[in-house]
Design a protein around this ligand. Structure first.
Ligand SMILES: Nc1ncnc2c1ncn2[C@@H]1O[C@H](COP(=O)(O)OP(=O)(O)OP(=O)(O)O)[C@@H](O)[C@H]1O
Ligand SMILES: [Mg+2]
Length: 327
């Protein structure tokens, strides 16, 4: 268990999760032995460069990795049961009612030939056995909460009749309608204007506060992290490299990669100065450096970094860091 939080055990405990793709060009490990706990009422932000495995990690937990990808090892214990050991039918039941996901790409989760209302209402009909009328009423109320104007009319619209941002909000409504215990939100607000973004983030934080929903929020936006998250998990090239309370992360990430991420944020006080970027490029997952994947770009690399994969080292302030500097 992570030292991050005392008290009752985690709602979701992921251990040793490894997901690979094996195209003809060679095997690549998209998620490499990730361990991570998520607690009730927690909003855990997952950050890291594009392609580092944030989406695959989320999809792996829910058994949704698209072929030819597959989870090759690990556990994802949710409310006492390993989701990875369930049958697809059992997993579908959990996904519908107690764990839901907001996908990065709205069109992957909306059915193009069904009206929005039916889709948003479906979980209520299936899992609460509500009548069609009741379920549509609940759907309209939820569409209003995610800020869609004129929800009664949106009910009868088809996905292609909505804008990208409207589709994203319909999908968010569908994911939130049953107040899930676990919500995995993959870049939920990227296509939205700041005011709508604020509204959605408030809705998600309110849900987490009021019903104890645990939220895993995948985002590129460190401003969003600062606004709503209480913990931050940093990924680099398929691995989790730091897991920290949000205050500790913003005071100063422990891992040199996290330090580079934060230093590349523009600040008003630094206007006119060059932003510091992390030197070098994110490595291809099919040709990863040995040892710590970050070592070729790391300004603080030394002896063991190229040779051995660092384990997690716990720090006194509650974080865990995979970096030899803390050995
Ligand atoms: N269909 C696929 N075939 C082969 N490899 C894939 C496939 N989908 C994803 N991958 C690999 O998995 C890695 C992780 O992808 P993932 O979508 O999890 O990244 P991400 O961190 O969510 O990136 P982004 O921030 O751009 O959404 C990618 O680097 C890519 O190499
Ligand atoms: Mg992604």
């Amino acid at each position: 268990m992570s030292p991050r939080q005392a008290g009752p055990g985690p709602l979701l405990s992921v251990a040793g999760l490894t997901t690979v793709f094996e195209p003809p060009s060679g095997r690549l490990t998209a998620v490499d032995g990730v361990d991570l706990d998520v607690f009730r009422g927690q909003i855990l932000a997952v950050v890291g460069d594009s392609g580092c495995g944030k989406t695959m990690r989320s999809l792996s937990v829910l058994g949704l990795v698209p072929p030819p990808g597959r989870v090759v090892s690990g556990r994802a214990v949710f409310a006492g049961r390993d989701l990875l050991a369930l049958s697809e039918g059992e997993r579908r039941a959990v996904r519908g009612a107690r764990a839901s996901m907001i996908f990065q790409e709205p069109m992957t989760s909306l059915n193009p030939v069904l009206p929005i209302g039916e889709q948003v209402a479906e979980p209520v009909r299936v899992h609460r056995r509500a009548s069609k009328r009741e379920a549509l009423g609940a759907a309209a109320a939820m569409l209003a909460k995610v800020g869609l104007p004129d929800p009664a009319r949106v009910l009868s619209r088809y996905p292609h009749e909505l804008s990208g941002g409207q589709r994203q909000r319909a999908m968010i409504a569908m994911a939130l309608i049953l107040s899930p215990q676990l919500l995995i939100a993959d870049e939920p607000t990227t296509a939205l204007d700041v005011t709508v973004q604020r509204q959605i983030l408030d809705l998600v934080s309110g849900l987490s506060r009021d019903t104890g929903t645990a939220v895993v929020l995948v985002t590129h936006n460190l401003g969003v992290v600062a606004q709503v998250a209480n913990a931050v998990a940093v990924m680099y090239a398929g691995r989790l490299v730091e897991d920290a309370p949000v205050e500790a992360f913003f005071e100063g990430p422990a891992h040199p990669y996290g330090q580079g991420l934060l230093a590349s944020l523009p600040r008003l006080a630094d206007r006119g100065r060059r932003l510091s970027a992390i030197p070098g490029m994110v490595p291809s997952l099919s040709r990863l450096p040995s040892g710590c994947h970050f070592h070729p770009r790391c300004p603080r690399a030394f002896g063991p970094c190229a040779g051995e994969v660092p384990p997690f080292f716990p720090l006194p302030d509650g974080r865990r860091v995979r970096c030899w500097l803390y050995a």
